[in-house]
Write a protein that binds this ligand. Structure first.
Ligand SMILES: [Zn+2]
Length: 419
């Protein structure tokens, strides 16, 4: 019946005197320290190079960080995020201790370095301290390089509690389980039972085929299936990657109300595989984007590649659409906006960005085609202003501390790259 047809979607971009205003975008998955190794794992070390060989390079880099260098790298990254249009970031943080695994005098020192970086730049931060306990599904001990990630349940809950006291209008504290392979079932239950009901919960789930095989071998089911059977997964949960899903898992995740954090550029960079986007959209699933390893810091590129990956495998065009939303760009951006509150814990979004209405690429733009033109027209940065919590942190395309932050980043990089 035509009377039941959904109303046409309202364009998310509004023309204002200063340009095209668009709501701020949430980045649902970040490991800030990995920004320092972007572009440094692109030489073949072995014909079988994969996620697992990349991880060795990542561990070498992770071992060199201290609170000061983490602050410098995160500050630079958050400036880049704001300039690209991200106004909130979920930081999946597991570099907790000194490299030998000994806690710092303040066990939250590395967490506080990230909080400082967010406050210095003005981005909203959902800090997700990560529970990381074992080196595999069989419960093996952490390797030498994983020592600084490790926690016992009690110290982890204590960390969450001490950080909760810092929450304010721009800071939320959530909880992350690194993955099913890194957290034994009993510990996961104990932590989950102790969490405040409103706290966001994130987990890496089913990124790699090897991890699916290990889970089947040791727990008898696939990771997504196991999680859905064992925990009350709902809208407070964010499943990061969820790349390897059966069609039954796609349906059940969508029905659960959980958000999937898709990280298209990182998933491509690591050779993970392709998220089953069309099937997931057909089931009405919630999803958002993350820049994860930060080989790209651009919501435009994440959304564009989310769509292009699907086009390449299906040999069709215009995949991410709905009946009431035929524009790919609008559908993608709206999807990322809709999931942000549940995944970040920030219930409102009064942050916005302003795109350059004078840019030649946007000449003659209308509200209905603005987002498509932004996402599918190349790599000219079009973000001119960014306003977070009523404060303008980016003007004329540059963050207010752009130069100082970059100078400090250049200073700390040599020590991180040495060795
Ligand atoms: Zn990750």
């Amino acid at each position: 019946m035509s009377s039941q047809k959904p109303a046409a979607a309202v364009p998310v971009a509004i023309r204002t005197a200063s340009g095209w205003q668009v709501p701020g975008i949430a980045n649902l998955h970040s490991h800030a320290f990995q920004r320092a190794m972007a572009g440094l794992a692109e030489r073949q070390s072995n014909p079988q190079d994969s996620f697992w060989t990349w991880r060795e390079t990542m561990y070498r880099m992770a071992a060199r960080f201290d609170p000061d260098s983490l602050h410098a790298v995160a500050t630079q990254l958050y400036v880049e995020m704001l300039e690209a249009g991200y106004t909130r970031v979920c930081e999946f943080h597991y570099l907790h201790h000194a490299p030998d695994g000994a806690p710092y005098a303040d066990p939250a020192e590395m967490s506080r370095a990230l909080i400082r970086a967010a406050r210095d730049t003005g981005i909203r931060l959902t800090l997700l301290p990560v529970l990381y306990m074992s080196g595999g599904f069989d419960g093996r001990a952490l390797s030498e390089r994983q020592q600084r990630f490790g926690h016992r349940v009690e110290s982890f809950l204590h960390l969450l509690q001490s950080l909760r006291a810092e929450e304010d209008a721009r800071l939320r504290i959530g909880c992350s389980f690194h993955s099913l392979r890194a957290v034994p079932e009993a510990a996961m239950r104990e932590v989950h039972a102790a969490l405040p009901q409103d706290m966001p919960v994130h987990i890496h789930i089913a990124e790699q085929i090897g991890e699916v095989q290990d889970c089947i071998a040791l727990r008898g089911t696939r990771p997504v299936e196991w999680l859905l059977q064992q925990f009350p997964v709902d809208a407070r949960w964010t499943l990061v990657h969820a790349t390897q899903m059966s069609s039954a898992e796609v349906k059940r995740v969508a029905q659960s109300g959980a958000t999937v954090a898709i990280c298209p550029t990182t998933e491509a960079n690591l050779g993970d595989g392709l998220f089953p986007l069309r099937a997931y959209l057909d089931e009405g699933g919630a999803w958002g984007i993350g820049s994860d390893s930060h080989i790209s810091v651009s919501p435009v590129e994440e959304l564009r590649w989310l769509e292009y990956g699907q086009r390449l495998v299906t040999r069709h065009r215009n995949i991410a659409v709905r009946k009431d939303s035929p524009s790919v760009g609008e559908t993608l951006l709206q999807g990322a906006l809709d999931s942000a509150a549940g995944a970040t814990g920030f219930s409102d979004n009064d942050d916005h960005i302003v795109l350059d209405a004078d840019a030649p690429i946007l000449a003659g733009a209308r509200g209905e085609d603005l987002i498509d033109r932004w996402i599918f027209s190349g790599n000219q940065p079009l973000v001119r202003q960014v306003v977070v919590h009523g404060e303008r942190v980016v003007a004329d395309g540059r963050h207010r501390n752009h130069d100082d932050v970059a100078a400090r980043y250049r200073q700390v990089l040599p020590a991180l790259l040495a060795g």
